[in-house]
Design a protein around this ligand. Sequence first.
Ligand code: UD1
Ligand code: UDP
Length: 380
Amino acid sequence: MKNIMAVYGTRPEAIKMAPIIKALAAAPSLEVTATVTGQHREMLDQVNALFGITPDYDLNVIQPHQSLNGVLTRTVNGLDKLFDTARTDAVIVQGDTTSTAAGALAAFNRGIPVIHTEAGLRSFDLTSPFPEEANRKVTSQLASLHLTPTVQAKDNLLREGIAEEIITVTGNTVIDALLEVVNKPVTFTDSRLEGAADSHRDILLVTTHRRENQGTAMQGVGRALARLAMHYPEAWIILPAHRNPVVRETILPALDGCANVIVTEPLSYGEFTRLMNLAKVVLTDSGGVQEEAPSLGKPVLVMRSNTERPEAVGAGTVRLIGTEEERVVREVSHLFDCPRAYASMAHAVNPYGDGHAAARTSAAVEEFFGVGRRLAEFAP
Ligand code: UD1
Ligand code: UDP
């Protein structure tokens, strides 16, 4: 029996790791250990609870106003101690967070093979997303098996000299997670959201948290939302606010007193996917939301100047608009006012997965250990 330790720490990693943990646990020759770093707390626990995952180990590294290096060092130290007692044949990490890079580094330094899922994404700009682009590149250097969501991501790795035999295109497990929850009936715990759903009025769903957008850019986005709220009094603007106090302090003041703006706590994944389904337009700087909303046929305006997820941009359902106040107002208004522009973006596409990424992941891990064969690669 080979023991695979899944190491993850933030909300998006938890969502994308959940299907993998289940698939590894179901594989006859593998056993899985779930280790959370605790880089996030409430937002992480919420996801584990939803998917019925009780972590085997919790490093609980979170601190208020934590620094990148603080999270990194506490995670590496915590894992190093854990590896003394927890037999680990491989570590699997997901994506591009500090928990990801720290998990990869800690395992690598102990001679434990690293498996990287959602590998190969590149914005080709180390400053954006910061520090995620660096985290991905570091993790790629350390990994022994690379599981990419798309062919483009695989091509990025091939161009960096990574051997084709150790890369498999699995699709992104975020689509597995989405398909698991999206059709389950769920009631909003915040009654204002039930009211918004019942009103059948247009909804602009907004999420923002990126480090490089914090500061003046995010203040401008706040002003843009306040202007949109005035301009479209019949619409709802709904912002499930990230737990990061810096994000809240930056964006929320501009929204004070806007009657048709609803700011909520982070929503459970089931509630959030229901809200995406109800939304007319999604405005976000999130990576995961860029992957999910296109598969629900929702136009996505991305508040970034680049993206490491170009596939849905190419398919026409995602548009990069940056963070400049005037542009945010103009782009949202265009989709609200122009049915043709809206229709051209509102079609469902699935460039990121077909719901079987976790099965491909566990088969690739079995092949890595010589106890199985990988499955046919994901092709949209
Ligand atoms: C991190 C990831 C980013 C990912 C995002 C997902 C890095 C470098 N960044 O963002 O890639 O897109 O998470 O949301 O790894 N906080 C809580 N409770 C929570 C979560 C956060 O209180 O459940 C507070 C923390 O105390 C922290 C702050 O929010 O001080 C920011 O959290 P952090 O994980 O450091 O956020 P980012 O690095 O911006
Ligand atoms: N999400 C959620 N509740 C919310 C907001 C987002 O469950 O209130 C989900 C969303 O569907 C996506 C993920 O969280 O799967 C995105 O996380 P986040 O934006 O924090 O990180 P990123 O994807 O940018 O790394």
